[in-house]
Ligand binder design. Structure first.
Ligand code: 1HE
Length: 269
């Protein structure tokens, strides 16, 4: 019987995707990538937001080095492209994804987390890119996504020296958006996912798909695309309804931080 590497649960508008290969520290094999693709496709079809987390003591130890050691360079090339395709379905798919991180978030595990749209980490989380020590290079999109998040200069440091970041450093490096006490990452990720699910789906889509693309454009083209999207989203039935509610004083006001942050231990960027 095929080993199942993920748990899948629907909780209201949220799909919970649990990485379930704890005996191998959630290392990412070819089989894991195939199953991840299937659960991401399912979540994107039936839920408004996806949350990805890890069972066991770690989020993920990254690439399955035992399987990788036996691959030819050609198999590695196609394997890397497969990771790109699946992680792209997360980053540029229909719904936003939130990652709940704890323990090791290493190599390909960090590449997976970097393909999600929000990262919540508990204080046990640690981050590393030990590809230099392993004699390999990143292959799951890290040179693009992680370098953009933390800067290429910082990523060079991590990859050359094998430096491990704790959660405070990871937040300073823009790798994580929220830091919470041990064991609380999944709860916080679900709380955020519930909020995201209440947004208009077209706004969520523009935020997750247009914003990163605009970063790749010139200022002139970026501003032009922004204006087009601004008018396009404004004409959607959801925007019309929500704006009408505001006009009629039926919508919630934006709360100032002192009222909003009842949760003192949570640090938001
Ligand atoms: C693995 C892997 C793995 C653990 N591939 N099997 N990633 C790394 O270089 C990280 C390597 N792993 C570790 O440093 C540690 O395992 C951890 C810090 C994550 C966790 O330590 P610990 O003490 O909890 O676990 P362990 O005893 O080291 O490992 C338990 C089992 O998981 C053991 O197998 P067992 O059969 O002997 O029980 C380990 O062999 C197995 N295991 N990590 C395969 N990574 C697309 S390019 C991306 C490039 C990268 O990701 S490079 C980074 C690779």
């Amino acid at each position: 019987m095929k080993e199942e590497h993920f748990t899948y649960e629907v909780r209201g508008p949220i799909a919970l995707i649990g990485f379930d290969r704890a005996e191998k520290r959630n290392a990412i094999s070819d089989g894991v990538i195939d199953q991840l693709e299937a659960v991401v496709r399912r979540a994107s079809a039936e839920s408004k937001v996806g949350v990805i987390y890890g069972h066991g003591r770690h989020f993920s130890a990254g690439l399955d080095l035992v399987e990788f050691a036996r691959k030819s360079p050609t198999e590695s090339l196609f394997g890397s492209q497969r990771w790109h395709a699946v992680f792209d379905q997360i980053q540029r798919g229909r719904i936003p994804f939130v990652a709940a991180l704890h323990g090791a978030v290493i190599g390909g595990g960090l590449e997976l987390a970097a393909s999600t749209h929000l990262r919540v980490a508990d204080e046990t989380a640690f981050f590393a890119l030990p590809e230099g020590q392993r004699g390999i290079f990143v292959g799951g999109g890290g040179s693009v996504r992680i370098a953009r998040m933390m800067t290429a200069a910082r990523m060079t440091d991590l990859m050359l020296t094998g430096r491990t970041l704790d959660v405070v450093e990871a937040e300073r490096f823009s790798l994580v958006n929220y830091v919470v006490p041990p064991g609380k990452a999944l709860d916080k990720a679900c709380e955020l996912a519930d909020k995201i699910a209440k947004n208009a789906p077209l706004s969520n889509y523009a935020i997750t798909n247009a914003l990163p693309r605009i970063q790749d454009l010139s200022q002139e083209n970026g501003l032009f695309v922004e204006s087009l999207l601004s008018s396009y989203t404004q004409g959607s039935p959801e925007a019309i309804e929500r704006l009408e509610m505001f006009v009629n004083k039926q919508s919630e006001r934006v709360a100032p931080p002192s009222i909003r942050s009842g949760n003192k231990e949570t640090v938001s960027r």
